[in-house]
Design a protein around this ligand. Structure first.
Ligand SMILES: *Cc1c(COP(=O)(O)O)cnc(C)c1O
Ligand SMILES: [Zn+2]
Length: 427
């Protein structure tokens, strides 16, 4: 890991060696989120956009030289009889019909619901299990609104590492089912995600479990940054003008920012896209903080939104998430649950992408900005879809309404068809 210089505290700037601390800045406790610092010259000597062309690995590990993992441990896990699940390499679609719908010219959609456990979180959990193996961990734990846990369970199952998972009791059944089927010890916490998060920190200290908690574990952001690498490589290293993404803890948006900064420092891209952070109106701590000067946050005790994956009252990667938007000249935007449900319908019908509510929230933000006339039709826009719609079918049916029902006779069908107003159905 000679390309990793160390870990730097986002609050005081103190730097630690890569093996000196596991999680947060010792001077700042749980608030002292750390950022991994790289030696870009060393990286640039080892890998370039040209050498990547010849790399047959389509997964996120094609960017292993820009990731803070021990290459020997990684190679061993990838070459094992039961190898680490392959994450990343998700498609970036050019969505022309969706673009026309919004009167835009260059719209791309990154479908991260296509990961092994069907969400963006697989990127972070893939790195986390490699770090757990590096550390010789016997058990890995995480708190999660559902997807981070499913991702950790899946990645850990692929290499036979036991997991203990803490999720709020309100998590959608499909996500809980994923945890159970992968064989995790699943603990439903009778409280919010934020409370589950704090309980997990205590449990990991009490029992010595390796902790993947988002942002508290400095490596989650590093996994998430690989989506920025993929987007830029898929666009031929012509960075887009804007990237829209949903925000809960703020770890995805800070990861995208980190990835883009890596590429900019390496000289692989020539411009930084504006990062557009989209939050649910009932869970909009970062929208509020962004609207005021400084880095002051008003936490929410009971966040409320249909988009459970971004229902967060205490965003753990808040400082980096706020800076990601400020430093790139982006915006934070709040969208209502109604706007999210509408975005789910439009994404599915105009681009065949079935997203869970949080997965569609980034697109809801784009629709809102377009409606307000705040986007130039010439801009090259990327929307990240962060989670698959099968994660939460109840919300999908809320977005669409129930299907028709009929007795199994032609007579009954004719009667029904005559009442259906849509022209396609009677054509
Ligand atoms: C976790 C998650 C998000 C938000 O990511 P943060 O890092 O918490 O901001 C968005 N969408 C989906 C589907 C998620 O699972
Ligand atoms: Zn510090």
């Amino acid at each position: 890991m000679d390309h990793v210089i160390g870990l730097k505290c986002v609050l005081c700037g103190a730097e630690y060696g890569p093996h000196e601390v596991d999680y947060v800045c010792p001077r700042h406790g749980d608030e002292g989120i750390l950022d991994v610092v790289y030696d870009y010259q060393a990286i640039g000597r080892r890998v370039t956009p040209i050498t990547l062309v010849d790399d047959p690995d389509p997964s996120l590990w094609r960017y292993r030289d820009l990731l803070p993992v021990d290459q020997g441990v990684l190679q061993r896990l990838l070459a094992a009889d039961s190898p680490l699940a392959r994450v990343g390499g998700t498609p970036l679609y050019r969505a022309d019909r969706l673009a026309q719908h919004l009167c835009l010219k260059h719209l791309y959609v990154k479908d991260d619901g296509r990961n092994p456990t069907a969400s963006f979180k697989d990127r972070a959990s893939a790195i986390a299990v490699v770090k757990a193996v590096e550390r010789g961990a016997q058990v890995v734990t995480t708190a999660s609104s559902g997807n981070a846990a499913a991702a950790l369970s899946g990645m850990a199952a692929s290499i036979g590492l036991p997991t203990v998972i803490f999720v709020p009791h309100t998590a959608p059944p499909a996500k809980v089912a994923q945890l159970l089927i992968f064989g995790s010890t699943v603990i439903l916490v009778e409280g919010t995600y934020d409370q589950a998060f704090d309980l997990t920190l205590e449990a990991s200290r009490e029992y010595g479990w390796y902790c993947r908690n988002t942002a508290y574990n400095p490596y989650t952001r590093e996994g998430k940054k690989t989506a920025a690498f993929e987007i830029c490589e898929q666009l031929g290293w012509q960075a887009p003008d804007r990237v829209f993404v949903s925000v809960g803890d703020g770890n995805i948006i800070s990861g995208l920012h980190k990835g883009l900064k890596d590429l900019f420092h390496l000289g692989w891209i020539q411009q930084m896209p504006k990062l557009m952070g989209i939050q649910a109106a009932g869970s909009a701590v970062l929208v509020d903080a962004w609207s005021r000067p400084g880095e002051e946050f008003r936490f929410i005790e009971r966040p409320e939104t249909i988009a459970d994956s971004i229902s967060v009252g205490v965003p753990r990667d808040r400082i980096k998430a706020l800076r990601a938007v400020r430093e790139t000249g982006g915006e934070y935007i709040a969208v209502s649950d109604e706007e999210i449900l509408d975005a789910m319908r439009v994404l599915a019908r105009e681009a065949a992408l079935f997203a869970e509510p949080a997965g569609a929230a980034g697109f809801a933000g784009l629709q809102k900005l377009v409606r307000e006339g705040k986007i130039d039709p010439e801009e090259r826009v990327v929307v990240v879809v962060t989670g698959n719609g099968l994660k939460d079918v109840a919300s999908a049916i809320k977005a669409t309404g129930e299907p028709y029902r009929v007795e199994p006779t032609l007579e009954a069908l004719k009667k029904l068809i005559s009442t259906i107003s849509s022209p396609e159905a009677t054509a």
